[in-house]
Design a binder for this molecule. Structure first.
Ligand code: GBH
Length: 516
């Protein structure tokens, strides 16, 4: 064959035999945003009447647990620098800003008897400034910062937490329903319950991995559902807002695809990591996933418990939860490869119930955080999984991001965001109902126990400076361009994301399930 013809053929088909160079764009009404959370950016931990949160207590009592010792006392000082934050959002040209309200700032004890006007004033200002510039506020009601007073009563392991949260939600809905149209009730129940209660890695760090973590799951889910129903009943008609929940849906798949034992382990991983939160809300049947019910019931009995460590949901509770979200807030960062574990975990515990080992692809690019590796095909697969299991739920990507060291030239973040947005476009092309996407984070902040040693910001914060100076990173400029153009230009193609493999097989089998 003529050399030119060969070249042309290669261009068309690609050297891997499959090249797809179609130009894909985000729809005009697709929403782009950036996110933060109260404890991580606000600082002013004890100013103007704010109450103590479990992260204040945890970081003050265990400074050794915070990587570089920098906690949320001052953080990015957004409590004072909110005007600059909004200016950055305007520079980016985002459609919305996702931030959280600090429960202890507005209700210092946690109870509605203690309303702190000064605390509310901060959010009044922030919301009004956003609206002035046509940026939609997306408000998270709870992002890990319970008041210490409620924690002293057992926190999320106390069934009363359901009504504590409902009371709090009501006050906030009342105040802001007119202005806020996007709500996230609770961010990442898995972090709250499995890391906060089921381990000592995150506040409150009480390490009750046998029973407490599951009690927390039930209470957090019911708290979400109660708040959802409250909005539905008292605010929805007049204010037409959307209420969702934020769930960490990273991708988990078997390390090897023809190993039944590991494939079953991957089923368990998905059920324990996110199915346990999604199934009660987004499945047709409701309730906890049957696979978890079976495992925990059986183990509990063997361990001598009179009733299962996984609490039952009553018929009323199942009904309350089913359908209690206008959209799924999907937080997606990375992918894990799952194996069945031969070694035994401490028992009884959630880890022992799940009985899995996670690794990540050795060739995947690594972020600054140990758990964060780039595998964009995982976002595509996670979307397909959600579509198959929950019938194409409406989704907003409420967090996706990348960590680096300090420094403005964050090419690795640019690459990561482009690659994941590319994967998202392919997922949307295949029917995923994605309405918006949010970068975690607008600005560098206190990354929980990592302190400021891991930077997630589109904007760098100079934590050494008195003024907490913010400077746009390269990624901020690129993100601005993506938002303007609706196009993800360089650095990705379907074949570079290895997604075509799934698509090709799908054509043959007409069935994704076997692959996932
Ligand atoms: C999200 O958590 C959070 O919602 C957000 O606040 C956070 O800043 C962001 O992502 C980046 O982490 O290494 O064993 O200590 C993502 C899930 C939960 C993953 C905490 C890391 C610590 C595990 N993160 N987890 S460990």
């Amino acid at each position: 064959m003529h050399v030119l013809a060969l070249l042309l053929l290669n261009l068309l088909v690609g050297s891997d035999g499959w090249t797809d160079t179609r130009r894909r764009t985000f729809p005009q009404n697709f929403l782009f945003g950036a996110a933060s959370s109260a404890y991580q950016v606000e600082g002013a931990w004890n100013e103007d009447g704010k109450g103590e949160s479990i992260w204040d207590r945890f970081s003050h009592e265990h400074p050794e647990k915070i990587a570089d010792g920098r906690n949320g006392d001052v953080a990015s000082d957004s409590y004072h620098l909110w005007r600059r934050d909004v200016e950055m959002l305007r520079e980016l040209g985002v459609d919305f800003y996702r931030f959280s309200i600090s429960w202890p700032r507005v209700l210092p004890t946690g109870f509605p008897s203690s309303i702190n006007e000064a605390g509310f004033k901060y959010y009044d200002n922030l919301i009004d400034e956003l609206l002035k510039y046509d940026i939609q506020p997306m408000v998270t009601l709870y992002h890990f910062d319970l008041t210490q007073e409620l924690e002293d009563l057992g926190g999320w392991t106390n069934p009363l937490s359901v009504s504590w949260f409902e009371d709090y939600a009501k006050i906030v809905f009342k105040r802001y329903a007119e202005k806020v149209k996007f709500w996230i009730t609770i961010n990442q129940p898995n972090t709250i319950c499995m890391e906060g209660y089921g381990s000592d890695l995150m506040a409150p760090g009480v390490n009750v991995k046998d029973v407490g973590a599951y009690e927390c799951v039930k209470n957090v889910l019911l708290a979400h559902a109660k708040a959802y129903r409250l909005y539905e009943k008292e605010f929805k008609k007049e204010h037409e807002g959307n209420v969702g929940i934020g769930v960490a849906v990273n991708w988990f798949e078997s390390l090897d695809h023809n190993n039944t034992v590991n494939k079953e382990a991957a089923d368990r991983a998905r059920a324990f990591e996110f199915g346990i939160y999604l199934h009660p809300i987004f499945s047709k049947e409701g309730d906890f996933p049957p696979i978890i019910r079976t495992i925990v019931d059986k183990k509990s009995q063997e361990q001598g418990f009179k009733t299962s460590r996984l609490p039952k949901l009553s018929y009323e509770e199942i009904k309350l939860l089913r359908g209690s979200a206008d959209y799924l807030g999907m937080n997606h960062y990375t992918t894990f490869l799952v194996q069945h574990s031969e070694e035994k975990f401490e028992s009884p515990s959630v880890e022992d119930d799940r009985n899995t080992i996670y690794t990540q692809g050795p060739e995947w690019t690594s972020g600054k955080s140990s758990w964060l590796k780039s595998a964009p095909y995982g976002l595509y697969k996670a979307c397909v999984h959600l579509n198959l299991n929950y019938d194409y739920p409406p989704i907003i990507i409420t967090e996706h991001g990348w960590s680096t060291d300090k420094g403005l030239g964050d090419q690795s973040r640019v690459n990561n965001i482009r690659a994941y947005l590319g994967a998202l476009l392919l997922a949307m092309e295949d029917g995923t109902q994605v309405k918006g996407y949010t970068v975690w984070s607008l600005l560098d902040n206190v990354e929980w126990t990592a302190g400021t040693s891991e930077r997630f910001g589109l904007y760098e914060v100079d934590f050494e400076s008195e003024t907490k100076e913010r400077t746009a990173r390269l990624s901020a400029l690129v993100y601005k361009h993506i938002i303007e153009s609706r196009v993800v230009e360089d650095g990705w193609s379907p074949s570079s994301l290895k997604i075509e493999i799934t698509k090709k097989k799908d054509e043959k089998n007409n069935n994704y399930k076997g692959e996932l």
